[in-house]
Ligand binder design. Sequence first.
Ligand SMILES: C[S@@+](CC[C@H](N)C(=O)[O-])C[C@H]1O[C@@H](n2cnc3c(N)ncnc32)[C@H](O)[C@@H]1O
Length: 268
Amino acid sequence: MDGSRSTLIQHLWRLRSDLSRPQQDISVAAQLASRDASLFGSAAEILLHAVGLVAQRLHFLTWQIEMQAWLQKSSAEYDGSPNFNLDTAYGTRREVVELLLRRMERSGVERPAVLELGVYEGELAFHLLRAFPNMSYVGVDAYFNDEFAPGSPQNQLFELVHQHVAKRMEDYQDRAILLKLSSEEALKIVPKGAFDLIFIDADHRYQHVKHDLEHWSEKVRPQGILAGHDFSPEWPGPVQAVFELRKSKPVNLGMSSVFYWYVGVDDD
Ligand SMILES: C[S@@+](CC[C@H](N)C(=O)[O-])C[C@H]1O[C@@H](n2cnc3c(N)ncnc32)[C@H](O)[C@@H]1O
């Protein structure tokens, strides 16, 4: 049996055991409601929770099946492939990155240091800053697109977004900083091994993603996490870069197109 088929069977086994709980809950809700009409509200609450869980597990399974099919097809197109592992983390990119940091917290990292390359409106940044009161954060974003002239409407919009995010960042000024720099400029001033987790989500063109993954890796401390976004069929740049850089090495894939590996562990 090939690897991906046996992994799929493992996931189906897990799904079956995960679904036994909502199955029991639905039966309890039905009995409550039929025996005592005044408990209808509690029954509805249990039912909603159970239905939510079933929907989540099915969504997760669909994602896993889709990913396995796509990875198999992509691996055939490249000359070799990373050793992919589909992470159990469920949710949006914010939730998946949060979970990676929660795991780190559980392993004893009390004050995680995070750098995000590509901040834009700070959706991920502000989510993490709220979720981790002990986290320190460095955001790097050029807020400038060199395909457009300085002063063009596109770059004016970038400037407005930058001002807005910089203002919001002031609420966290004791532990967060926003650097309006290009990746290349920031690489010159950020020390090596300084971060527990670096999230790469800037220029999605192949050469740029490859460059960023190669050069930001040394800024992660040993056994820290180098992660990135948009490992998906819609974004060929990150996909090609990851396939080429991580041939025969582990790459973890989370939902919502998050990818990551442990620096200096998985690399060996
Ligand atoms: C997809 S958005 C980032 C979204 C953000 N990570 C989040 O999760 O909310 C990409 C950002 O990368 C920035 N960017 C693109 N190329 C860059 C480069 N070479 N250096 C620094 N920032 C860059 C853009 O200005 C843009 O704001």
